[in-house]
Design a protein around this ligand. Structure first.
Ligand code: ADP
Length: 376
């Protein structure tokens, strides 16, 4: 199992929708996944990720649209005939079978003879570095080890497409990071196509070739981690991916005007009430701003040392702003007065959706700087 027999499957979702009692859980999703690609469906809880994955797996019948795998429409093919590997958050191993027998299980279902089954199960366990625990019962293993067994079981029949739904969600951070590294190695070695679901943007950024950002049943943007971070197309994406500062203001004639003389170039589509998004690392502290720069006075309210960086919260006339600086630059302490500055073109300007909403709007809740792995 060290090299792929065949390249990973290519997947195409077209107009894929699922309605429950008239409400769209997934709303006209189009997505092309290339052979061998690692793609992540990322979004807050309830945004339609699991339902989409379940339609790819065949457990949920779409209300509309199609699933095409390598050119063959499989929308109505039952799950067991799709030949997909699957790993979920709860490992669902059989407690009475040992580790090797658990991994053999999909091969037994496929009628593979015993000697071949054992050989392939042991090879799959080697792949996840659990060859030495083949005779253990699942209950004797840690959560991380059990999840690796589940992964071996999903890979043992050499599927061309692997579906994973929050597989590391129940594990602590250190373990999750180790398994993420292992999964990336496996993905590289096997050339398999992976569709991975998570609400954790850091996990998505770490693992993925591309990320599809879900919001309210729809895909807001698909792109590489770098594209989503540097060129978010919507306010939602700019706030869901990475840390960001939001400054409220107004747009007229293609220019954003915020408090204290803050300005930024605005797209033609924005007009009236708007929000400028600026990344924490784009803001300089006590620099020598050019004449064109935005400059803002503030005072430090919080300071965190992050190893290579310092993260500061600064109270300003535009609200609290987060700034990240290198540790080599001298930093004022809490309560210190600072001047912040940035180039106007580093701000991304979006129309303010809450301005048009009649009642409570989920967008406004995400306006506060978000912590990286809080489930939303
Ligand atoms: P996510 O995986 O992003 O958390 P889901 O795909 O699980 O989101 O759910 C999307 C929406 O569909 C949610 O509002 C959820 O309540 C709804 N939903 C999911 N499954 C069902 C179901 N079987 N019956 C009714 N509503 C459902």
């Amino acid at each position: 199992m060290t090299a792929p027999r065949t390249p990973g499957a290519a997947l195409r979702l077209s107009g894929l929708s699922k309605r429950y009692a008239g409400t769209a859980a997934v709303d006209r999703v189009d997505l092309d996944v290339a052979s061998g690609e690692f793609i992540t469906l990322l979004g807050p809880s309830g945004s339609g990720k699991t339902t989409t994955l379940s339609m790819i797996a065949g457990f949920t019948a779409p209300s509309d649209g199609s699933v095409v795998c390598d050119g063959d429409e499989i929308t109505a093919v039952p799950p067991h005939r799709r030949g997909l590997g699957m790993v979920f958050q709860n490992y669902s191993l059989f407690p009475h079978l040992n580790v090797r027998e658990n991994v053999e299980f999909p091969l037994r279902q496929r009628g593979v003879a015993k000697p071949q089954r054992v050989k392939r199960a042991l090879a799959a366990l080697e792949l996840v570095e659990l060859g030495a625990r083949a005779n253990a019962k699942p209950g004797e293993l840690s959560g991380g080890q059990q999840q690796r067994v589940a992964l071996a079981r999903a890979l043992v029949f050499e599927p061309r497409l692997l579906l994973m739904d929050e597989p590391f969600g129940a594990l602590d951070r250190a373990l999750r990071e180790r398994l993420q590294i292992e999964l990336r190695r496996l993905h590289r070695e096997l050339g398999i196509t992976v569709v991975f679901v998570t609400h954790d943007q850091e996990e998505a950024l770490t693992l993925s070739d591309r990320i599809a950002v879900f919001n309210q049943g729809r895909i807001e943007q698909v792109g590489t981690p770098e594209e989503l971070y540097a060129q978010p197309e919507t306010l939602f994406v700019s706030q869901f991916i990475g840390e960001s500062n939001a400054i409220r203001g107004d747009v007229s004639d293609g220019v954003f005007f915020g408090p204290d003389g803050i300005r930024a170039p605005a797209p033609a589509t924005a007009d009236g009430s708007a929000i400028a998004i600026i990344r924490p690392e784009r803001i300089a502290i006590n620099g020598t701003p050019s004449a064109a720069a935005c400059a803002l006075a503030g005072s430090v309210t919080d300071l965190t040392f992050l190893g290579a960086q310092r993260r500061m919260e600064i109270a300003t006339a535009a609200g609290p702003l987060i700034v990240r600086t290198g540790v080599e630059s001298g930093a004022p302490g809490i309560g210190g007065d600072v001047t912040l500055s940035w180039s106007p073109e580093h701000a991304a300007v979006f129309s303010d959706p809450s301005h048009h909403a009649e009642k409570s709007n989920p967008w406004t809740e995400t306006l506060a700087p978000s912590t990286s792995d809080s489930p939303m």
